[in-house]
Design a binder for this molecule. Structure first.
Ligand code: PDD
Length: 301
């Protein structure tokens, strides 16, 4: 098995199964209608739950954020959290998923193409897929850290909604990959880092203070971020939720990124400039441990 240089380690099981609108079907033939608004307009919401050793990480929080995003765009939830949990477990079982992720997507459904959402909404489309990831590669990445580049934040004004409309994120991540980096840190027009293209962004100042951007519509309220904030407070680690500039990030003692399935992963260089001594720093490693602990204590198989 070879790992793409910077993407997720591939690990496709034979007989992969997808869930689409009430049916479990082979992944290779799973499909939605050509006029599905998810396809036509990215009129859709998604969510990602990490799975580690058969445990669903921060599942309640991810399902709550899914419901919130769906509500924010005026769509009904197609299934209750209890039903989504049943589907999640069934997907894990059918796909023999131990480590990886569960991906949910809810679209406004299939209807004749018209920009305006229809008065009489069609049934939302519910898609769930499971994907195995190689835990040793993820752990190795945590041990070595990753490189990031800076990139202009060209997204819309409601980044708190986890929409599948990810074109600016895709362009930023692609630029990162082309530059030999794992992630792109998005920088707003005032020079402040908002977040990564698919991760929350953190720095540690020379004084040992952990900084991450405060929650506004400019960023996704990261679930991993929230768990780490709580764990850090309990572990007496000084954390400040505020904006930080790219210049501050260059001068940081440490930096790291967080996301479901990634936990906390050190950033060892930004735009080719080394951060700290170019290895995961002490505070980042402590945060990794705190998160691991918090996740293990909270997760239920
Ligand atoms: N990304 N910021 C953005 C823009 C994200 O897309 C994500 C998650 C995060 C981290 O959020 P969380 O800790 O809740 O995973 C922050 C997922 C993993 C994705 O797009 O695949």
């Amino acid at each position: 098995m070879s790992e793409p240089q910077h993407g997720w380690p591939a690990r496709e099981p034979v007989g992969r199964i997808a869930y689409v609108n009430g049916r479990y079907i082979p992944h290779s033939i799973a499909a939605v209608h050509i006029e599905d608004r998810g396809l036509q307009f990215a009129d859709a919401i998604y969510e990602v739950v990490g799975v580690t050793a058969g445990t669903f990480l921060d599942e309640e929080e991810h399902l709550a954020r899914l419901a919130r995003s769906v509500d924010e765009i005026g769509m009904p939830m197609p299934a209750s959290p209890a039903v989504l949990k049943v589907i999640t477990r069934e997907m894990a079982r059918r796909n023999r998923l131990r480590d990886g992720l569960i991906y949910f997507q809810i679209t406004r459904g299939a209807v004749r193409r018209d920009h305006a959402a229809p008065d009489r909404p069609p049934r939302p489309t519910l898609i769930v897929t499971a994907r195995s990831l190689d835990p040793t590669t993820i752990e190795r990445r945590r041990q070595t850290g990753v490189r990031v580049i800076s990139h202009p934040d060209e997204r819309w004004a409601r980044c708190d909604i986890k929409s599948t409309a990810l074109l600016p994120n895709i362009l930023a991540k692609t630029a990162a990959r082309k530059a030999g980096a794992f992630e792109a840190w998005l920088v707003d027009k005032d020079g402040f880092v908002t977040e990564g293209s698919s991760t929350s962004a953190w720095i540690v100042t020379q004084e040992g203070r952990v900084i991450t951007r405060d929650l506004t519509n400019a960023i996704l309220p990261g679930v991993t971020r929230a768990i780490i904030l709580k764990a850090a407070a309990e572990g007496q680690i000084p954390v400040v939720e505020r904006k930080f500039t790219l210049a501050e990030a260059f001068a940081a003692k440490e930096a790291f990124i967080t996301a479901a399935t990634l936990g906390a992963t050190a950033v060892i260089a930004i735009d080719g400039r080394q951060i700290g001594d170019g290895r995961p720093g002490a505070l980042t490693r402590r945060v990794q441990e705190l998160y691991r602990h918090a996740a293990a204590a909270r997760g239920k198989p």
